[in-house]
Design a protein around this ligand. Structure first.
Ligand code: HEC
Length: 141
């Protein structure tokens, strides 16, 4: 019996270490608080999916039709409230909306190129204001 317990001890020891590491890795992650997601964050998520479905349409040589109003990006409240009021943000927002309009008015021949320019304009604003999601946005190319 004594012998059995002793041989079991290292296993127990490692199990406790493994469980602590596991618990700590959870504790160190920032708590996700969806209630705190800003209006702009929620809009951006919708824009992401809307753009992905426009990509599918362009690929199938169908007319891309947005399902949401992208122009709200000019007025939606951001996590950092003042951000969207800056002239630089507004200019990039306008450039994005213009790129979207050009995609919607593009001939089927030009649509692929216009679509790429639309994603370029997501990327420019993100380079300036919010680099975090850039890797995700790159997947839309
Ligand atoms: C004019 C600037 C601007 C343009 C254009 C723009 N974004 Fe954003 N985006 C932001 C800002 C600022 C945030 C951060 C929002 C906040 O924290 O309130 C953001 C956040 C995001 C997020 C993170 C959402 C989350 O879950 O946290 C994604 C994804 C995103 N944008 C995708 C896109 C895509 C896709 C496009 C183009 C179709 C785009 N963005 C165009 C400024 C822009």
């Amino acid at each position: 019996m004594t012998f059995q317990l002793r041989s079991f001890r290292p296993v127990l020891f490692f199990a406790v270490i493994a469980m602590s590491v596991f618990a700590l890795s959870f504790a160190s992650q920032p708590a996700e608080d969806h209630a705190a997601d800003s209006e702009l964050t929620l809009l951006m998520r919708q824009m992401y999916y809307d753009t992905a479905s426009m990509k599918t349409a362009v690929k199938k040589r169908q007319k891309p039709v947005p399902a949401i109003q992208h122009k709200h990006l000019l007025t939606a409240v951001a996590t950092e409230g003042k951000q969207t009021k800056s002239p630089a943000y507004q200019a990039m927002g306008q450039a994005y909306l213009k790129a979207l309009e050009e995609l919607l008015n593009a001939s089927p021949k030009d649509a692929k190129d216009r679509y790429k320019k639309l994603i370029d304009s997501c990327m420019s604003c993100h380079t300036a204001f919010c680099p975090g999601p850039k890797m995700r946005i790159e997947k839309l190319y």
